[in-house]
Write a protein that binds this ligand. Structure first.
Ligand SMILES: NC(=O)c1ccc[n+]([C@@H]2O[C@H](COP(=O)([O-])OP(=O)(O)OC[C@H]3O[C@@H](n4cnc5c(N)ncnc54)[C@H](O)[C@@H]3O)[C@@H](O)[C@H]2O)c1
Length: 256
């Protein structure tokens, strides 16, 4: 697909950049002329993606404070600034009722999805504030606006992403920095597929088909590219008055 928006000369940092939404956004931004810094915990996939897209690769665990500081420092060292930040890495964790979850199950999901997003925002805002510009998109989920039995750590972590988005938008606004979050529904990535295995290990394809049927629009999962189209619009100047909001992309599943 040809680039709809120009990002020539802009520096983009993407966490979870080796797969799924992160890789789809990286691909769009590379086509549109951005310089990319891809961050991921999965080294092999990260290096393959970075080589293909001509990006700088930083292997880092977003749940660890020194590693967050490391990826931000690497971006600044390489490019001198950060214009765009897709704060996206996340995990689904274990699906089970609260009474069957351990505190460690809860802590792991919160560490990546909530603390990791907070630490990324904190470190990147320290770079963007003196620049007087920057655009950030955090990956929340439809789990940011509803509950779900057997999915409490993930639900809590994505509600946290929405709260962090709103606070960061208010803190960034005086500096011309915009902060939004996307809230995807059921999307066909590694995570989307692994969730079907957790729901029914004996028939994940059956779960996939049943979930597809619940989606009002097209009766199908969304794609990483469809999510990337929304993220790239939010990162672009086309959305220059949009900040502090949650953007559902869910095939109307939350419209009812
Ligand atoms: N797929 C869906 O249906 C769906 C729906 C709503 C929201 N989301 C959210 O979208 C984001 C991306 O998910 P995806 O579907 O692309 O999943 P994915 O598993 O395909 O990609 C996630 C990437 O993040 C990386 N990652 C995981 N933990 C990390 C860590 N601690 N540090 C650095 N990198 C790490 C993984 O290695 C992987 O490359 C997540 O925040 C997820 O919660 C996904």
């Amino acid at each position: 697909m040809s680039a709809r928006y120009g990002f020539d000369g802009q520096v983009a940092v993407i966490t979870g950049g080796a797969a799924g939404f992160g890789l789809a956004v990286a691909t769009r931004l590379a086509e549109a002329g951005a310089s990319l810094v891809l961050v991921d915990i999965t080294a092999d996939a990260l290096h393959a993606a970075a080589e293909k897209l001509g990006a700088l690769a930083v292997v880092a665990d977003v749940s660890q404070e020194p590693e967050v500081d490391k990826y931000v420092a690497a971006a600044v060292e390489a490019h001198g600034r950060i214009d765009l930040f897709f704060n996206n890495a996340g995990i689904e964790g274990r699906m089970a009722p609260m009474t069957e979850l351990s505190v460690a199950d809860f802590d792991r999901v919160m560490a990546v999805n909530a603390r990791g997003v907070f630490m990324g925002l904190r470190a990147v805002l320290k770079v963007m504030k003196p620049q007087g510009s920057g655009v950030i998109v955090n990956t929340a989920s439809m789990a940011a606006i509803k509950g779900a039995a057997t999915f409490s750590p993930y639900i809590a972590s994505k509600h946290a992403v929405l709260g962090l988005t709103k606070s960061a938008a208010l803190e960034g606004a005086p500096y011309g920095i915009r902060v939004n979050c996307v809230a995807p529904g059921h999307i066909d990535t590694r995570m989307g597929r692994d969730l079907t295995k957790q729901i029914n290990p004996d028939d994940p394809e059956g779960v996939f088909r049943a979930v597809s049927e619940t989606v009002p629009l097209y009766k199908r999962y969304g794609t990483a590219t469809e999510v990337a189209n929304l993220v790239v619009w939010l990162l672009s100047s086309e959305s220059e008055y949009v900040s502090g909001s949650l953007h559902l992309i869910d095939g109307a599943i939350n419209a009812g």
